[in-house]
Design a protein around this ligand. Sequence first.
Ligand SMILES: NC(=O)c1ccc[n+]([C@@H]2O[C@H](COP(=O)([O-])OP(=O)(O)OC[C@H]3O[C@@H](n4cnc5c(N)ncnc54)[C@H](O)[C@@H]3O)[C@@H](O)[C@H]2O)c1
Length: 324
Amino acid sequence: MKQQNLKIAFIGVGGIAGSYRRSLNQLERPIAAVCDINAERAASIATEENATAYTDHTEMLQKEKPDVVFTCIPPGAHTTQVADAAAAGAAVFVAKPVAQDLETANRAREAVASAGVINQVGYMARYSDITAKAKELVGDQKLTMGIGRFLTRMGANHPWWGKYDVSRGQMVEQTTHVFDLIRYFLGDVDSVQAYGIKGVSDGIADFEECTVCNLKFQSGAVGSITSTCVARAHENFATELVGDDLYLKLTHDSGLRGQISGEGVDYTGTEAGYFRQVEQFIKAVDANDQGLVLSSYADAVKSLAVTLAANRSLETGQVEEVIA
Ligand SMILES: NC(=O)c1ccc[n+]([C@@H]2O[C@H](COP(=O)([O-])OP(=O)(O)OC[C@H]3O[C@@H](n4cnc5c(N)ncnc54)[C@H](O)[C@@H]3O)[C@@H](O)[C@H]2O)c1
């Protein structure tokens, strides 16, 4: 059932908020209020959306009483925004990663659970049609290895991305998409072991710019994920899945190739999941059905925990247990 009267609000209206706003516009779901600590940005987006501008999220929650809140702020900016929105009774859609530390993330997870609100995290790759096709093809066959990569060149002097204090590094901030997707297929991760190198390029990041991370899953499966933020690569975001006579390569945003039991797989998708994730979230809110969500807040906390364990391993040089 379509409900046109949802009151939708945003906390943070920078880059990724633009993508979510476009999807909402396409769905003909108006945005009632926006909050950004950058007052000029809040005012200009509010004008575009015909919404009310705020610079303080608690004031916005109190005055607007939104049904839905999208949080689109840097990892290090997360304090109580998600918990406050949930406690105010709003369904929450949270841009990944959910925070930069487990204390904040777990506090929000508990607030979301006790409020019982619909919750989703912006792991769009879970919603792409190649992922849906791969899930269908894998069915109940056992996966024994997951390989992933996120290879890109970030611009120098980004206001916050390259600062460990605010982003917690590429694995937590960006390759989280790959960690999360591999978890979606192979399940929970027990332990990780990572290596990295710093100082490769000027001005991009103060953290490791090339990393490798090995994973051991609770199922006994193994995995490996590589990342860089200093080089442009072909097929830069890709995930490979291996099982007995099963190989699938998901090249995001659209390709799925491989072989299962001697049968070739060659499938081209049309939607990377950006639009579909928002569409699915709104459907879940309309139907008040968390079962429609493929990427819950609680599950996203587990992806954060894996990448934080990988960061610990970079520091210690040891295998690190994943602590959620
Ligand atoms: N594909 C994806 O899923 C994807 C892509 C890009 C970014 N992201 C994620 O989205 C989040 C935001 O990234 P971005 O690229 O949009 O950043 P951005 O810097 O473009 O925008 C962030 C906005 O949040 C505002 N802000 C910061 N603290 C705030 C607070 N306490 N209250 C209100 N507003 C606040 C900033 O002023 C800014 O306008 C990050 O976690 C990032 O990882 C996801």
